[in-house]
Ligand binder design. Sequence first.
Ligand code: PLP
Length: 404
Amino acid sequence: MKKRRSSPKNAPAEKPWFLRQKTLEINGGSIDGDRNLRPGLYRTTAFALGSFERGRRLFAGEERGFIYTRINNPSVDTLERRLATLEKGEACIATSSGMSAVTLIALHLASSRGHIVASNRLYGGVFHLFREELPKLGIHVTLVEKPFDLHAWEKAIRPTTKFLYVETPSNPVIDVFDIAALARIAHEHHIPLVVDSTLSTPALEQPLTKGADIVVHSLSKYMGDGEVIGGALVGTQELMDAVRLSWFRDTGPCISPDNAVVLCYHIESLFARMHEHCENALAVGRYLSRHPKVRKVFYPAFGPDARRNKKLMPAGFGGLMAFEVYGGAKKAKIVLENLKLFWHAPNIGEARSLIIHPATTTHGQLTPKELRHANIPEGMLRLSIGREDPKDLIYDLGQALSKI
Ligand SMILES: Cc1ncc(COP(=O)(O)O)c(C=O)c1O
């Protein structure tokens, strides 16, 4: 019998089709047999296990399948597949919040008696977890006080160090770190690099493509457009399976299927929204950087490192920025209380613009010395620039600044 050719003789081999990020946020991770145009909501606690033997195999991790929503769920699975493809990772675990994602990976990699080396430019909650809570479990963290100095990272590594941890860009001073350089250091010491990429989202940066091993997200920011709390870990299938069947299963920080579906809906517009956040932040930053009552603008597009930052994050820096007014906390309070359009609220990445005073709120758990080392002055106000017309945001800031 003649052998059938799969393509005509001499026909050029078909090029593999790599979907682009904007397409992946809508279709990424879909599997053959997906029938729903919209992610389906599986609001159920448990799933039928089938035969006696299948029940045993599922619980032993020998067969993939849905068991119980604390462990896995089809709605959550859709979100996890989408995030994994967007981040160019093999697998993902969606969690109840960003904090639970950070805690989970720290427990999995560093318990017990492990050591972590982390940048000191961190969201206040993570800073507090690292400084206060993990040591109670025997996990010690060295916070690198000069995190731009690669030698300072090297020096902090010990034989018991289990991973390096960096948040980039960081909250609230929007420092941009060189992921590839940190990954090289980590790998020379045979340990992974964990990157909190909450503020870039996969629309602006994919740390795994630069050498990072694990990506952490708070999905409560840009991903969910301010609607729901969630978190995620992305990494190899082997690592995610190991986390799922240990700390994740046993401590229960799962996301609800309802929240997973809401997140899938919002992720479909992530690219377009991030583009607007970036454009608006640039316009507001340009205005503030020329304002006589503003001492400093914290946004990677401005200042002496702008060229370096642009090279590291060519797609943009997102919507988070901060500025310091002359006159410290007293004057910052006046500006905050006179804004009309900006909401005084502790979030990032919503359609509406938000403002907060980090030293007394999101980073209030840091001591005055730690605040100084983390480059957070008392007169600093953090802005999450939304998607309103930037001219209105500039007008509002102008009238509030005129009160000091
Ligand atoms: C960079 C960063 N990582 C993690 C978190 C914690 O996320 P969640 O509030 O979802 O627990 C936050 C919260 O603000 C954050 O800004």
